[in-house]
Design a protein around this ligand. Structure first.
Ligand code: WTA
Length: 665
């Protein structure tokens, strides 16, 4: 974890922010006592607790058994049958709420669309029929590589309706990254667009897909559906490529939902871990549906008249859970924005808040720190009085940024929910409830109902309050990852039936059997509040994007000039961390400024621009322990420009350290 975050605020004087009385009075969970009671009941009587919650959903067959199995293999709502698309769409339309807006969509160039729940249901059914006509069946995998347009949720929900498993790949990923994910998932189809707008430029999405599929590199892919968005020039492969418009032409607006077992996989989402190969995290229909819906409702305190806006990209888990599934399950109106926060000007977000009268706003600390830098005059020039609740996600928020967000964006009146969770957890696990929890800037505060965290030492025993340890979760929750995708998923008797269970166990369950290892370090304070400090493994959080150091390292060594590389994170005032790379070159190659730029660009090509190192140094050798492990702590100190501390006697070659320090001058 970054040493700049070594001092946590838990032990310092902290200003407290109690829920405003008028907010609490109208909230779903209106007091701290009500929260405590809810949490107590969720742990003592999980059957009763979840029964009450799930009664509000549409089931083809109600569940009778809450759970089966032991971590890591826990099934939820075991014998129930449902379909998440029905609960996100049909349920609201059948209740006479079809005219309600699902998405106010804002394209980056300023074009807009308003999509009601009835519209969305029609679009989803028609597109689901198009997918069927393309030959897709329940259990097949489809990769979605799309801009932030309404057709992305349409495609996701259409897959869900059929039991087809979607895997959304963030539009910032490169062709190589698409290829790896498509092949790992064995996807039969890719759904993409000609392009998407970002800072006034067209991101060539279809071009990247073509590059990924070139030379028959993805043999599982039979077809590509292409949405027309930017009207940019694109390549075309006859027999493989189909326009979205042609695919839906003539398709019926009615597509009966598949009646899916609760555990039917809903999606795969690839996320970074400690090896070079990203993990395909699998989530299941029912548990994910119930948990994202409940967290949405209670954490964002959703009411019928809310206009909710989460600024994440749907390519990450935040967008899956809190732009699409959890929010639609509540029948709430959301804003969806295609582009960059500074296009055409640095007040674009505040313009959107003003225009749509946004009431609940959810963003990342990196964005907040960027807004601080851009200046208060941007938000102050807009009417933000509609806001009543703010949220953050993705990385720790420093108290200064928290206080600015509270004062300048929230006008001092809006609670802030600092929500801690992960791709693997599916939904938020540690968070304030805005009408109940007294806030401490920088703390994600307390566990959501059903969640039992702890902070433990290497021996698995709880560390005393106020001390740093490893954040673990002591019992399963409904939206817990079901596994890491592997060919054969769900096919009884196949070696891949439960996915890559070896990797699943090794990553999350081996260290403390029966308890989920989050990979984050944390402190619990005397009030029981959790302060999440950051990753303790080799995963970086750069601008809220999770990037594995091993992924960047393998991208670098895939360049012909590179012999070896080590990648670490260093503290950055805006993005939280930045990527710093140490590279040793092959014997015949000399380091130069051009090569440095070329290697950085190479990472962009292999992974995507967001994963490019900001700093890259050449070194004769990497510092290693006697057992051959790269001394990452030393490299982190060097990258951060800190004095190098600690025991260096295990260094294989002290001159390496000296050379690296010299490099720093
Ligand atoms: C970090 C994003 C501190 C954490 C939803 C976690 C946070 C990783 C917070 C997961 C928060 C997320 N405070 N750290 N409120 N939220 N993180 O999978 O290190 O992209 O393990 O999921 O982000 O990143 P992921």
């Amino acid at each position: 974890m970054a040493a700049a975050q070594d001092t946590h605020q838990a032990s310092q004087e902290t200003e407290l922010f109690a829920p405003p009385a008028d907010f609490a009075a109208a909230a779903h969970v209106p007091s701290f006592e009500a929260y405590q009671e809810l949490h107590r009941r969720s742990l003592e009587d999980p059957e009763g607790f979840w029964r009450e919650i799930t009664d509000g959903f549409t089931w083809f067959k109600p569940w009778t058994q809450l759970q089966e199995g032991k971590p890591p293999f826990v099934k939820w709502f075991v014998d129930g049958e449902t379909n998440i698309s029905v609960n996100c769409l049909d349920r609201h339309v059948e209740a006479g709420r079809g005219d309600r807006v699902a998405y106010y969509w804002e394209g980056e160039p300023g074009d807009t669309r308003v999509v009601t729940y009835a519209d969305l249901l029609t679009d989803v059914q028609r597109f689901a029929n198009a997918l069927k006509a393309q030959g897709l069946e329940s259990g097949d995998r489809v990769v979605l590589y799309m801009p932030m347009v309404p057709e992305l949720p349409v495609a996701m929900l259409a897959c869900a309706r059929l039991g087809v498993v979607h895997s959304v790949v963030f539009g910032g990923f490169s062709a190589d990254a698409i290829r790896d994910r498509v092949n790992d998932a064995g996807a039969r189809m890719i759904i993409t667009a000609d392009g998407g707008w970002r800072r006034g430029r067209v991101i060539p999405l279809k071009g990247n897909v073509d590059a990924a599929l070139a030379d028959d590199a993805c043999p599982s892919v039979e077809g590509v559906i292409v949405l027309k968005r930017c009207e940019n020039d694109i390549g075309w492969v006859d027999g493989r490529d189909v326009w979205w418009g042609d695919a839906i032409a003539g398709q019926s607006e009615v597509c009966p939902p598949a009646q899916l077992p609760a555990e039917h996989p809903l999606y795969i989402l690839y996320t970074s871990g400690t090896t070079g190969k990203p993990k395909g995290v699998v989530h299941a229909q029912a548990g994910y549906m119930v948990y994202t819906a409940l967290t949405s409702k209670l954490i964002f305190d959703l009411r019928d008249d809310d206009i909710y806006w989460c600024t994440a990209d749907i390519g990450w888990v935040t967008g899956h859970s809190y732009i699409v599934y959890g929010i639609l399950a509540n029948g709430i109106s959301g804003v969806m924005y295609e582009g960059a926060p500074n296009h055409p000007a640095e007040d674009r977000f505040w313009e959107i808040v003003e225009k749509y009268r946004v009431t609940v706003f959810y963003t990342a600390p990196t964005a907040i720190r960027t807004f601080v830098r851009w200046g208060d005059h941007h938000p102050q020039g807009r009417d933000l009085s509609s806001l009543r609740l703010l949220g953050t996600v993705g990385e720790p928020i420093n108290p200064d940024a928290w206080l600015w967000y509270h004062r300048v964006i929230g006008g001092g009146r809006c609670p802030i929910v600092d929500t801690w969770w992960q791709t693997e957890t599916g939904g938020v696990l540690i968070t304030p409830l805005p009408g109940a929890t007294t806030l401490k800037p920088g703390s994600a505060t307390l566990p959501f109902p059903g969640v039992e965290p702890a902070v433990v030492g290497e021996d698995g025993e709880p560390v005393p309050d106020g001390h740093r340890g490893l954040l673990i979760i002591k019992r399963a929750w409904p939206s817990m990852l079901r596994g890491i995708y592997q060919e054969g998923w769900g096919q009884p008797g196949h070696p891949g039936e439960y996915g890559d269970s070896e990797r699943l166990i090794e990553t999350y369950w081996e260290k403390f059997p029966g308890r989920y290892l989050t990979g984050d370090g944390a402190v619990r304070d005397a009030d029981g509040y959790y302060w999440v400090i950051g990753r303790v493994d080799d995963t970086l959080s750069v601008a809220g994007h999770r990037i594995g150091t091993a992924e960047v390292e393998s991208a670098l060594v895939s360049h012909p000039s590179v012999a070896e590389s080590a990648v670490v994170g260093a503290p950055d005032p805006i993005t939280g961390e930045f990527i710093s790379a140490f590279v040793t070159l092959r014997a015949e190659v000399d380091g130069s400024d051009e090569l440095q730029a070329e290697l950085i660009a190479h990472v962009g090509q292999v992974l995507g621009r967001f994963a490019c190192p900001k700093q890259l140094r050449f070194t004769d050798a990497l510092p290693k322990t006697r057992s051959g492990k790269i001394m990452r702590r030393l490299l982190r100190d060097i990258a951060a420009g800190r004095e190098v501390v600690g025991d260096t006697t295990t260094l294989e070659d002290l001159s390496v350290l000296a050379a690296l320090r010299g490099d720093e001058e």
